[in-house]
Design a protein around this ligand. Structure first.
Ligand code: ATP
Ligand code: MG
Ligand code: FE
Length: 341
């Protein structure tokens, strides 16, 4: 099958054409860094308007790149949440219009399922169930991926996401937006042990995460003026690595049935984090799978691939499907803790 995927849940406007035999016929991504940089973060209304301007030309672009028309496509997959609701609506409504016009099924994709299944697009040998560390701008979770549409959440963050911590640290260091890659670049020149920073929740029995205290400690370290910015960046990154490793170790021990240890989401683009997770997987004798960097941050190919997997499972959605600002992968886990986690 051939699936068109649309992504517009945050500040990337993206589309891709992906086949069930894992060929990416075309993919295009347009970021919005210039629009949001003056505000130091993503402004939802500006993002939604930018998606309106860009999505149609990007869809036409990928069809032209691949040399196909909508008639050649088997289904249209669009992110239906979670994310900034204005942007999600732009992509979902576009997907509905294309599906209606071409007489093709619509597949409403959970953006997190896009991240979660993206490693299977690049690794044909990756089999369910696998343990997934999902680390992105809005989420930090450990999930047992049992199959398409079948997730068990083992842990989540009780406050900030890991990507959010990177973005806030970047802001404190005056590195601007987007923050993660800038912190990683600066950290390369710093000493990861120069600045004493906390490792929230490390050593606790449940593998949950917390980054708010780390962020406050970074703010105090910056305000003290006692440290080189590169040392703050490196020490912060090391603290995040230590938290992710300690929490993932507990989850790996709890999931002997996992075939592999997998990382996905924008923060998985970080080299220090990837290296540390590789070592942890080896210690548990699990294979380690991480998507290439471009597939870690938001893109259309992961949504098209989630569409491929859902289409193969016989799943599609009605044209009145609603956009969802919040949409947990494991709804059962939502009742365990309060809203927001
Ligand atoms: P979600 O997927 O939870 O809805 P999102 O789509 O905004 O959120 P992603 O696009 O998956 O998140 O990831 C973006 C996040 O990844 C940002 O917080 C960004 O700072 C972070 N990030 C990107 N590259 C790096 C890097 N090299 N090191 C650390 N963090 C990074
Ligand atoms: Mg982005
Ligand atoms: Fe994302």
């Amino acid at each position: 099958s051939l699936i068109l995927g649309l992504e517009s849940s945050c500040d990337e406007t993206a589309a891709a054409l992906v086949t069930d035999d894992r060929r990416i016929l075309a993919h295009r991504v347009a970021g919005q860094e210039a629009e949001h940089r003056p505000y130091g973060g993503v402004v939802p209304e500006i993002a939604a308007r930018a998606h309106v301007d860009r999505l149609a030309p990007i869809v036409e672009g990928v069809l032209a790149d691949a040399g196909v028309t909508l008639a050649d496509v088997d289904a249209i997959a669009a992110t239906a949440g979670p994310g900034l609701i204005g942007g999600v609506m732009v992509g979902l409504v576009t997907g509905k219009a294309l599906a209606h016009a071409a007489g093709k099924p619509l597949i409403a994709v959970n953006h997190l399922e896009g991240h979660a299944l993206s490693p299977r697009l690049v690794d044909p040998d990756l089999r369910f169930p696998y343990l997934l560390l999902l680390v992105s701008g809005g989420h930090c979770q450990l999930l047992l991926v049992r199959g398409v549409d079948d997730y068990r959440r083992l842990a989540t963050t009780i406050d900030d996401a890991a990507g959010e911590a990177f973005d806030k640290t970047a802001k404190l260091l005056g590195l601007g937006y987007p923050g993660g890659p800038a912190v990683e670049r600066l950290a390369a020149d710093g000493d990861p042990h120069a600045v004493p920073l906390p490792r929230p929740l490390v050593g606790s029995a449940e593998p949950h995460f917390s980054f708010a205290g780390l962020k406050s400690a970074v703010a105090r370290a910056v305000a003290s003026g006692a440290h080189r910015p590169a040392d703050v960046a490196a020490s912060f990154q090391q603290a995040v690595v230590d938290c992710l490793i300690d929490r993932s170790r507990i989850a790996l021990a709890a999931c002997p049935e996992a075939t592999s240890f997998v990382v996905a989401g924008g923060v998985a683009a970080n080299g220090a984090i990837r290296a540390a997770l590789t070592g942890l997987a080896a210690a548990f004798e699990k294979s380690f799978v991480a998507p290439p960097l471009w597939l870690c941050t938001d893109n259309g190919a992961m949504i098209a691939w989630a569409g491929v997997e859902r289409f193969a499972a016989g799943l599609s959605d009605p044209l009145d499907t609603a956009a969802r600002p919040r949409w947990p992968l494991d709804p059962a886990a939502e009742t365990v803790r309060g809203a927001g986690v």
